[in-house]
Write a protein that binds this ligand. Structure first.
Ligand code: SF4
Ligand code: SF4
Length: 682
């Protein structure tokens, strides 16, 4: 009988895990389709190991939301219970095996207690997760059959564990106790309670003669579920149990939102950007295996929220399906690659071009999936290789190329806003200024944004900051071109700016535009431009805190809109709010979606230069959130957010006005400043 049991357990494990291993092997082969990553992905090892502990074992991103807490218990329960599962496997060959024989009674009792408590917590979490997913049905949580199967399997594992354990306690003739069982059953209170349910006796559901078989049935059912689970994981949603851990370890450590350059001088390149799976890196393909289908990316996506075709979760899933379909056909069955191209085929141009690169998907994803890099790589293919673009995009590129700004205004007028303001040009100075005020295209050419530029200059002058501007020597940073996918045009613009800045010996830069701030500060280092770049939200906060400028009191109710490239991508939510807190009489009411979960205004990713053909306008959606606060003004820190929200307010005929943080400070500035030093960053 014992031999038969061993043979059955052996066959179950060998067949089950052999098949699962075969599936995982092919899944790994499929992601090897991807090209080599230019990054080693194992640099900064201590950060990666720390991140593994924090984000995998600590589930730091997962538990940001309520549903994540359930996941936390299920994940840890699953880990702790693996020891018991292994014990079950070994018991198939060594009948009375317990880990206690290896680690001693006390540690074993602790392990048993943990397993017992976690088993119950997992069961409770499973019930709550099932009710939430299939009864309450929150918008962003999909109700898939896959999820139902997984919940049923985990529930089955817990039930069979407790029933087998309970039967074991009840079955032993001497009851339970250290001598008989090798453990003290009081350390497994849930199993002990279960044993009373299944024990023989007048009130029992089962006769004692059935306890042995009852144990056996649950024991084998438990192993069968484990083996089935091992095969189900790589085939379904729970592939993330395999994919998420390496994905977190190999995650991008470069500054958030900084795009990777491509080698435009590669003469052997037949195309640029990602036209096929082979053009994506193995890490971008691994991303798809890590998705937990939590739905957070789509929930916070401005495009998805306003009825556009783009859904970041579906981008990842379409890619995953494509990897499997193509992998099976081309790499396993040696069939023809007659699949449509990736960009513009498997994933439509409309989906790709709807992205504002706001980063809500990336920063809310618990497993560090990098949607934006993949989307931009596919955009690069459409733009650079296929030349596929809307007329307004093509006009924007032409303007940047010919006039160094997307408006197409003569660049010789770039510094005209400063006439009469006594602001020097860098080219007129004998030595570099302490700060370069990099004004940006909007701040130089857009009438509304020019007011913010002038307000900022007034404040800097009032504080005695030593600064100058480039005037016509300044060129578009290339940000809109890069994010739309025209890496070549970005490279031309950025190289020109880096040459100018380095040529003038510029080391510190102030900007009012988050896109200039991000591109110059976080992406120009890729081209040899290394500067300390400050956005005016930080400069204003510092100047007020150090009392280098003073403001009068003005009672007003405002709400604050986080721009994506200061907030999410550069993690600065405090400087603007601290600045507002220093304006006497100003009270701030937050919008329902704010900070990391703030909604994009709709302008990023070059969307400012494109028409919005479908669904509700993103800027109107964000405006509605601002209006819900009942504030008199919505404060912004970006010229593009300013235009989008002003437009949204006009659309709603609202009395609320949009104002930049610098204008708010300048409005109440007491011009005679105290002794002003020269360095706002000190
Ligand atoms: S970056 Fe923003 S717009 Fe683009 S997919 Fe992610 S959430 Fe959506
Ligand atoms: S991509 Fe990330 S945020 Fe989106 S569903 Fe998958 S795990 Fe969740």
């Amino acid at each position: 009988m014992e031999i038969l049991k061993s043979v059955v357990v052996f066959l179950m494990l060998a067949a089950g895990f052999g098949l699962a291993g075969h599936t995982v092997f092919w899944l790994l082969r499929y992601i090897a389709i991807g090209r080599t990553d230019d990054r080693t992905r194992i640099d900064e090892l201590s950060d990666r190991v720390f991140g593994f502990f924090k984000y995998v074992l600590g589930q730091a991103r997962v538990i940001r939301e309520f549903g994540g807490l359930l996941h936390f218990f299920i994940f840890w329960g699953f880990l702790v219970l693996q020891a018991e599962t292994i014990e079950y496997f070994i018991r198939g060959f060594v009948d009375d095996f317990r880990f206690g024989q290896l680690i001693g009674h006390n540690p074993y009792h602790m392990l048993l207690l943990l397993q017992d408590v976690f088993g119950l917590l997992v069961l409770i979490a499973i019930v709550i997760a099932a009710v939430r997913r299939f009864v309450i049905k929150p918008d962003h949580v999909p109700q898939s059959m896959d999820a139902a199967v997984i919940l049923a399997l985990i529930g089955g594992l817990m039930l069979t564990k407790f029933l087998a354990h309970g039967a074991e306690i009840a079955y032993l003739p001497a009851g339970f106790g250290e001598g008989e069982l090798g453990w003290d059953a009081t350390f497994t209170p849930i199993a002990l309670a279960t044993s009373y349910l299944v024990a023989s006796g007048p009130e029992s559901a089962l006769d004692s003669t059935w306890l042995g078989p009852f144990y056996g049935v649950n024991y084998f059912a438990h192993i069968a579920i484990v083996v089935f689970f091992a095969n189900y994981i790589p085939r379904g949603k729970h592939l993330h149990l395999i994919g998420a851990m390496p994905n977190v370890f190999f995650r991008k450590l470069e500054p958030g939102g900084s795009l990777y350059p491509i080698d435009l001088e590669d003469e052997d390149a037949e195309s640029f950007g990602a036209g096929t799976l082979e053009d994506l890196t193995w890490k971008q393909l691994l991303d798809t295996y890590a998705c937990t289908e939590c739905g957070r990316c789509e929930h916070y996506c401005p495009a998805f929220n306003t009825g556009k075709e783009l859904n970041p979760m579906m981008i990842i899933h379409k890619l995953k399906d494509h990897i499997k379909d193509k992998g099976i056909k081309v790499y396993r069955e040696k069939g023809e690659d007659d699949f449509p191209t990736l960009a513009g085929g498997v994933i439509s141009a409309e989906e790709l071009m709807a992205c504002t690169t706001c980063g809500a998907c990336v920063s809310n994803c618990p497993v560090f999936i990098e949607h934006v890099d993949t989307i931009v790589d596919m955009r690069r293919y459409l733009i650079l290789t296929e030349g596929e673009m809307d007329p307004e995009v093509s006009r924007t590129f032409r303007n940047i190329e010919n006039s160094s700004n997307p408006w197409g205004v003569s660049n010789s007028t770039r510094g005209d806003w400063a006439e009469g303001l006594d602001i020097p040009l860098v080219s007129e100075l004998d030595a570099p200024p302490e700060y370069l005020f990099f004004v940006g295209c909007a701040g130089s050419f857009d009438d509304r944004a020019k007011k913010v530029t002038i307000a900022t200059a007034r404040i800097l002058k009032a504080a005695g900051v030593n600064f100058a501007i480039l005037g016509p020597e300044e060129a578009c940073t290339g940000d809109p071109a890069r994010r739309i996918g025209n890496e070549y045009l970005y490279y031309m613009q950025a190289s020109q700016n880096v040459e100018t800045l380095n040529g003038h010996g510029i080391t510190k830069i102030i900007t009012t535009c988050p896109h200039c701030f991000h591109t110059v500060g976080k992406e120009y280092p890729q081209l040899g431009g290394n500067y300390e770049v400050l956005h005016h939200t930080k400069v204003l906060n510092d100047l007020l805190r150090e009392k280098r400028v003073q403001v009068r009191s003005k009672p007003q109710k405002v709400t604050y809109h986080d721009s994506c490239y200061i907030g999410r991508w550069n993690d600065d939510y405090s400087n603007p709010r601290e600045t507002l807190a220093q304006l006497p009489g100003t009270s701030v009411t937050e919008m329902s979606w704010n900070k990391r979960q703030g909604l994009c205004c709709g302008a990023g990713g070059g969307r400012f230069w494109m028409e919005e053909h479908h669904g509700k306008r993103v800027n109107v959606h964000r405006t509605d959130m601002a209006l819900e606060t009942g504030a008199e003004r919505v404060v912004v820190n970006c010229p593009f957010c300013m235009t989008m929200l002003t437009d949204g307010l006009g659309h709603r005929d609202a009395t609320m006005d949009a104002i930049d943080l610098a204008e708010l400070v300048a409005e109440n500035l007491v011009e005679s400043s105290p002794d002003a030093a020269t360095d706002p960053a000190e």
